[in-house]
Design a protein around this ligand. Structure first.
Ligand SMILES: [Zn+2]
Length: 172
């Protein structure tokens, strides 16, 4: 019997969940997107939102070959539910930038942003994932621009970014 197509409402929710990108944080491709059944179709022959995730063709193949484990895929899905509910798109771009720059392994790595942007990362700061300080105080130089602030990952933030990246649960 032919496999029925994925119902449009499930398809839409899945794409919204992953931001219309591959759900693997280190990939985030926007093309050749497919819907993967986390429990294989042979074992769970139905389309259910909870058991599905958007992956690009390349990552989908890596999952099929076992290069990306099913448990990691399950955690990527769980982490998306948490980050989508808790953080803004701006905050997740920040997390993504820290991840891409390798900040998870560098306690002293930081970026400088306008202090007026603090509101946009307040959720990360409130959860203790990032810490901020005015650039002048951070650099101990009162000649520096008073409108700038420095942002860096706390130890909890570095763990968060690492787990988000490799497909481990980001909360206990
Ligand atoms: Zn991918």
């Amino acid at each position: 019997m032919a496999r029925p197509s994925v119902p449009i409402n499930i398809k839409r929710r899945l794409y919204e969940e992953s931001g219309y990108r591959c759900a693997i944080p280190t990939c985030r491709a926007t093309s050749a997107l497919e819907m993967e059944h986390i429990e294989p179709w042979a074992e769970a022959p139905k389309h259910e939102f909870e058991n599905m995730i958007v992956l690009c063709a390349n990552c989908h193949a890596r999952v099929t070959k076992g290069e990306i484990s099913k448990s990691a895929v399950r955690n990527y899905k769980r982490n998306l539910a948490i980050t989508n509910g808790r953080y803004s798109v701006f905050e997740m771009r920040f997390v993504q930038m820290f991840m891409d720059a390798g900040f998870a392994d560098e306690p002293n790595a930081n970026v400088t942003i306008p202090q007026s942007d603090f509101l946009h990362i307040k959720g990360l700061a409130d959860d203790g994932l990032v810490r901020t300080e005015p650039l002048r105080e951070f650099a101990r130089n009162t000649d520096l621009d008073s409108s700038l602030m420095v942002v860096w990952l706390t130890e909890a933030g570095r763990t968060f970014v690492k787990n988000y990246s490799i497909g481990k649960e980001i909360t206990s």
